[in-house]
Design a binder for this molecule. Structure first.
Ligand SMILES: NC(=O)c1ccc[n+]([C@@H]2O[C@H](COP(=O)([O-])OP(=O)(O)OC[C@H]3O[C@@H](n4cnc5c(N)ncnc54)[C@H](OP(=O)(O)O)[C@@H]3O)[C@@H](O)[C@H]2O)c1
Length: 271
C-alpha cells in the first residue's frame, strides 16, 4: 500500500487550536506532507494569530481557520452546514475550567457544555462528512485526571461546583463517550480514540492550580500520532497515554457509557 498516496489531501479539523496543546498539535500536523489543518476557534483575532504563527514556524500554508463556539450546538451545526468537502480527522481538544459555575446562553453549565457536549455535538454534526471521507478518525483529547462523574447531576445543580471536580467529570465523560461513538461508528470506517496529552502549562491547567511540566509539543505527541499514524485507524474505542494503549476502567462500564450517551442525546436537537 502506498501510504503517502493514501494520505494525500487529508483534511484535519481541530478544536481549541488557539490553546497550548491544540496549537502544537496543529503545527506538528501541518509539517506532515499532504495534510491540511483547519483550526476551529471561537476568537477570530486569536485564530488569525495562530494561523500566522503556524505558517511562520513551519513554512507551510496548508492551515486555515473557521469560527465556532463549541459550547453551543447551533454554532457547531452552522459550521458543519457550511463545511465544504471531505473531513478525514476530527480532533476534539477545546476545553476550559472556569473557577465559578457559569452557564451558556442556553442555560447549560459551561464546562459540561464545552468539554463534554462540545465533543459530542462535533462528532454528531460531522458524522456525515467523516462517513463520506472514510476511512476517517476522531481523536478525543481527554486526561488521566478524570473521575467523579455523576449521571444524576451532570451540571452541578445539586453538588457544590468545583472546577476541579467538573473538569475531572468532563474528562471521564470524554473517555466514556469515545467508547460509545467507537461502537456506533465502527461499521462506517471511522475510528474513535481518546488520549491523555501530558501535563502542560496553559490557561486550562492554571485555572486548576497547576503549571504543567511538559512542553506543548510533548503534549501534542500522542494526539498527533493517533491522528496520523496507521495505529489510530486500526484501533478504536481505546485510551492512549505516551503512544501506548492503557486500560480505561471508565470505558469498561458499558451501562454507564450508554447512560451517558443517552443523557447527551437529550441535550441534542437531533435525538
Ligand atoms: N494542560 C494540561 O496539562 C492537560 C492535561 C491533560 C489534558 N489536557 C487536555 O488538553 C486539551 C487542551 O488543553 P490546553 O491545556 O491546551 O488548554 P488551553 O491552552 O487553555 O486551550 C483551550 C482551548 O480551548 C478553546 N476553547 C475553550 N472554550 C471554547 C469554546 N466554547 N469554543 C471554541 N473553543 C473553545 C480555547 O479558546 P480561546 O483561546 O479562545 O480561549 C483554547 O483554544 C483539553 O481538552 C484538556 O482537557 C490538558
Amino acid at each position: 500500500m502506498n501510504l503517502e498516496a493514501d494520505r494525500a489531501n487529508h483534511i484535519i479539523l481541530i478544536t481549541g487550536a488557539t490553546g497550548a496543546i491544540g496549537q502544537a498539535i496543529a503545527r506538528q500536523i501541518v509539517t506532515k506532507p499532504s495534510y491540511e489543518v483547519v483550526l476551529a476557534c471561537r476568537n477570530e483575532e486569536k485564530a488569525r494569530q495562530a494561523v500566522r504563527e503556524i505558517i511562520q514556524a513551519t513554512g507551510n500554508d496548508r492551515v486555515r481557520y473557521e469560527i465556532v463556539d463549541v459550547s453551543r450546538q447551533s454554532s457547531i451545526q452552522a459550521l458543519a452546514e457550511h463545511w465544504q468537502g471531505a473531513l478525514h480527522v476530527l480532533i476534539n481538544n477545546a476545553a476550559l475550567t472556569p473557577r465559578s459555575r457559569q452557564e451558556t446562553p442556553e442555560g447549560i453549565e459551561l464546562q459540561f457544555a464545552t468539554n463534554v457536549l462540545g465533543y459530542f455535538w462535533m462528532i454528531q454534526a460531522f458524522e456525515a462528512h467523516l462517513k463520506q471521507s472514510a476511512p476517517a478518525r476522531v481523536v478525543n483529547v481527554a486526561s488521566n485526571y478524570a473521575g467523579d462523574l455523576d449521571l444524576t447531576d451532570l451540571e452541578f445543580k445539586h453538588r457544590r461546583y468545583s472546577n476541579g471536580t467538573a473538569y475531572r467529570q468532563s474528562k471521564q465523560a470524554n473517555r466514556m463517550l469515545t467508547v460509545a461513538f467507537a461502537e456506533k461508528l465502527k461499521l462506517h470506517g471511522i475510528s474513535v480514540n481518546a488520549c491523555h496529552p501530558g501535563s502542560v502549562n496553559s490557561a486550562l491547567s492554571n485555572n486548576l492550580g497547576f503549571g504543567g511540566y511538559e512542553s506543548p509539543d510533548k503534549g501534542a505527541k500522542t494526539p498527533v500520532w493517533l491522528a496520523t499514524h496507521p495505529i489510530g485507524q486500526q484501533q478504536t474505542g481505546k485510551y492512549f497515554v505516551d503512544l501506548r494503549e492503557v486500560r480505561c476502567r471508565f470505558g469498561e462500564d458499558k451501562a454507564g457509557v450508554e447512560a451517558l450517551y443517552q443523557a447527551c442525546l437529550r441535550y441534542s436537537n437531533e435525538e
